[in-house]
Design a protein around this ligand. Structure first.
Ligand code: PEP
Ligand code: MG
Length: 589
C-alpha cells in the first residue's frame, strides 16, 4: 500500500491512529440540476420544510448532548447552525428557486451552497474563506435529510477511525460517537472555524490545509494523525502505527496530569521564575484554553482583526475588540502588538505598492510610520480599552511595536504617540519586538527607550539567515538552532538584563521543548507561545534547574553547527520530558 506523509495546518493537538473513512457531503460532488413539473411545486416546498425541520431536530439533539457533555458554550455552535437554517433570506432564496426556476429542493439548496462558496472564494484573507464552512454545514444537514442519504457512518468495525473530508465542519466532528473518532484530516477549514472549535473541545487531533486529502486518502487504509506537528501519515506502516499508539496513550495521560497542574506558576525546578504567556490572535482564542494557566498574553497579533474584515475597523470596533481580550485576563498583562501587515500578511482593502521583495519591504512599523492616522487610531483604541479595563478589573494593556529596525524609527514612533496621545500613552508600558538583526545589534541603545523587549525568533531567523520563512526551496537554511541565532539570542537576553529591562520570546521557538530550555538558560524572563504548548513547557521547565540550563545554553551557543547545538539541547529536553512522563504516567515512561 502506498504511503503518504502530508503536512498542513495544526487545529487540535494529540496523536490519533485509525482507519480512514472518507466523508463526502451531498452537494459537494458535481452539480446535477434537476427540475420539477409546475404542479409539484407545493409538494416540493413541503418536502423542503420537512427536511429543514428534521435537520433542525437533529441539530437540537446534538446541541443537547454537547451541552450535557461539554457545557453550554460549546453547544452554542449548534444554536448558531439552527439560526443559519432559519435565516429568512436564505429560505426565501431557496423557495424562489423552487417556485420560479422549478428546481427540485436538493438542487435549490445546492444552488444556495454554490452561491455561498462563490461569495467566500471571491474574498481574500485567511479565515474569511474558512467561515464559509460554518455557513454551509447546516445546509448539508438539510441536504442529507432531503436526499435521504444520511451518510451516518455505520460502525462496521471496532477500530477507531480517522475522518477525512474536504471541509472541517462541526457536523463532521459529531458524525460518529466521539470514542470512535481518533482524528480528523481536511483539505480546508481554519483554526477558528466552528469545526476546529468543536474538534478541540472534543479533544480530537485534527489537521487541515491538507491539499486534496479527501481525494488522496483511501477508504480503510491505516492512518496516523499528529495534531501538534500538523502531520498525517496515510498508509502508515505497522511500526509507525505502534509507536503512534504509544504516543497517543502517553499524550492523553500527560495532558490529564498537566491540566491538573495548570495553575502553577512558570518556574524551573530550582524555583527560578520563567513567566509563561500565551500568543493569541483573536478574542475567539480565549475560549480555547485555561487562562489561569498563563501569566498573561505575551503577543496579541492585532493584524488578524484587520485581515478578517472587509474594511479598516473603526476606533470603536477596535476598542471593543481590545477590551474583550482584556476582560479575559484580570490583573494580568496583555501585550498588543500594533499592526504588523505587509509582507506575507496583506490587507485586501489596503492597496500596497508592488514590491519585488515584500518581506524586506513596507511592513510592520514602517507602514505605521507612513500611515500615521491608522497607527494613532489603533493605539488610541488600545488606550481607551485599557482605561475601561482598569475600571472593570480587566487585564493591563501593553503596546508593542513590530519590525523595529533602527533607534531613530523607535524614537519617531514614541514621540508621535506621546505628543498626540499624551499621558495615557506615557503611562502604559511600551516595548518593541526584536526581529530584525540590526535591532538586535543596536539593542543597547534601544533598551533605553522601552519598558520591555520581546524577541520574534520567526522573523529574526528569516532575516539573520536571509531566508524567506515560507520558501521551501531554502528551508534547509532556516535554522532556529544554529549557533549564529543562539549567540544573537544570548546577546539580546544579556543586553536586556544589564539594562534591567524584562525580556521575553514570542516566536515559535519558545513553545518547542529544546528552544524553551535554551531560552530559559540564556536568561529570558518570559516565554510566550501558542496555548496548546503551555502545559507541556511548564512541566518541562520544572524538571530543570537554572544553573544547568545556563551552562547548557552557553555550550549550545559555542557549537559550530545546528546539528551539534540542537543535538545537545534535544538530549536535555528528552531527559526532562522523560521525567515529566515518568511522573505523569505513574512511573511508566
Ligand atoms: C516572530 O516573528 O517571531 C513573531 C512572533 O511574529 P510573527 O510570527 O507574527 O511575524
Ligand atoms: Mg514577526
Amino acid at each position: 500500500m502506498s504511503r503518504l506523509d502530508l503536512t498542513g495546518t495544526p487545529v487540535a493537538p494529540g496523536v490519533g491512529v485509525g482507519v480512514v473513512r472518507v466523508v463526502v457531503e451531498p452537494g459537494m460532488g458535481p452539480k446535477a440540476e434537476r427540475h420539477l413539473a409546475r404542479k409539484d411545486v407545493e409538494s416540493a416546498i413541503e418536502r423542503l420544510d420537512q427536511a429543514m425541520a428534521a435537520a433542525v431536530k437533529g441539530l437540537e439533539s446534538i446541541q443537547t448532548a454537547t451541552a450535557a457533555e461539554l457545557g453550554i458554550q460549546d453547544a452554542a455552535i449548534y444554536g448558531a447552525q439552527i439560526a443559519v437554517i432559519h435565516d429568512p433570506t436564505a429560505l426565501k432564496e431557496i423557495r424562489q428557486s423552487i417556485r420560479e426556476d422549478l428546481l427540485v429542493p436538493e438542487s435549490a439548496v445546492q444552488a444556495l451552497l454554490e452561491r455561498l462558496t462563490g461569495h467566500f472564494e471571491a474574498l481574500e484573507g485567511g479565515d474569511i474563506k474558512n467561515w464559509a464552512a460554518d455557513l454551509r454545514d447546516p445546509w448539508f444537514a438539510v441536504l442529507r435529510e432531503l436526499s435521504d442519504a444520511d451518510i451516518q457512518l455505520t460502525q462496521e468495525t471496532d477500530e477507531t477511525v480517522i475522518l477525512v473530508a474536504e471541509e472541517l465542519a462541526p457536523s463532521l466532528v459529531t458524525r460518529l460517537p466521539r470514542q470512535q473518532v481518533a482524528g480528523i484530516l481536511c483539505a480546508r477549514g481554519g483554526r477558528f472555524s466552528h469545526g476546529a472549535v468543536v474538534a478541540r473541545s472534543f479533544g480530537i487531533p485534527a489537521v487541515t490545509g491538507l491539499e486534496g486529502v479527501h481525494l488522496k486518502a483511501k477508504e480503510g487504509e491505516r492512518c496516523v494523525v499528529f495534531g501538534e506537528d500538523a502531520r498525517a501519515l496515510l498508509g502508515a506502516r505497522a511500526s509507525e502505527v505502534k509507536s503512534a499508539q504509544k504516543k497517543s496513550t502517553e499524550h492523553a495521560q500527560v495532558q490529564k496530569v498537566l491540566s491538573s497542574q495548570a495553575q502553577e506558576k512558570g518556574r524551573l525546578g530550582c524555583g527560578h521564575p520563567v513567566s509563561i504567556f500565551a500568543n493569541i490572535e483573536s478574542p475567539r482564542d480565549l475560549e480555547m484554553f485555561d487562562r489561569n494557566s498563563v501569566a498573561g498574553v505575551g503577543l496579541f497579533r492585532t493584524e488578524f482583526a484587520y485581515m478578517e474584515r472587509p474594511a479598516f475597523p473603526s476606533l470603536q470596533e477596535q476598542e471593543d475588540l481590545y477590551l474583550q481580550v482584556l476582560r479575559g485576563f484580570s490583573g494580568k498583562p496583555v501585550v498588543f502588538r500594533t499592526l504588523d501587515v505587509g509582507g506575507d500578511k496583506p490587507l485586501r482593502y489596503f492597496k500596497m505598492p508592488k514590491e519585488a521583495n515584500p518581506a524586506m519591504g513596507w511592513r510592520g512599523l514602517r507602514l505605521s510610520l507612513e500611515w500615521k492616522d491608522l497607527f494613532l487610531v489603533q493605539v488610541q483604541a488600545l488606550l481607551q480599552a485599557n482605561a475601561i479595563s482598569a475600571t472593570v478589573d480587566g487585564g493591563i494593556a501593553r503596546v508593542m511595536l513590530p519590525m523595529v529596525t533602527t533607534v531613530e524609527e523607535l524614537r519617531e514612533a514614541k514621540t508621535l504617540l506621546s505628543d498626540t496621545l499624551g499621558k495615557a500613552f506615557q503611562e502604559i508600558e511600551f516595548g518593541i519586538m526584536v526581529e530584525v538583526p540590526a535591532a538586535a545589534m543596536a539593542l543597547k541603545d534601544m533598551v533605553k527607550e522601552v519598558d520591555f523587549v520581546s524577541v520574534g525568533t520567526n522573523d529574526l531567523a528569516q532575516y539573520l539567515f536571509a531566508v524567506d520563512r515560507d520558501n521551501p526551496w531554502v528551508a534547509n537554511l532556516y535554522q532556529p538552532y544554529h549557533p549564529a541565532l543562539l549567540r544573537t539570542l544570548r546577546y539580546i537576553a544579556k543586553t536586556c538584563q544589564r539594562a534591567g529591562v524584562p525580556s521575553s520570546v514570542c516566536g515559535e521557538m519558545a513553545g518547542h521543548r529544546a528552544g524553551a530550555l535554551f531560552l530559559a538558560g540564556a536568561g529570558f524572563d518570559g516565554l510566550s507561545m501558542a496555548p496548546p504548548f503551555v502545559g507541556e513547557i511548564k512541566a518541562l521547565l520544572r524538571e530543570t534547574d537554572f544553573e544547568s540550563l545556563r551552562i547548557l545554553s552557553s555550550e549550545a551557543a559555542l557549537c559550530t553547527t545546528s546539528g551539534e547545538s540542537f543535538g545537545m539541547l534535544r538530549a536535555e529536553a528528552d531527559r526532562a520530558w522523560a521525567e515529566v512522563l515518568e511522573k505523569s504516567m505513574g512511573g511508566r515512561p
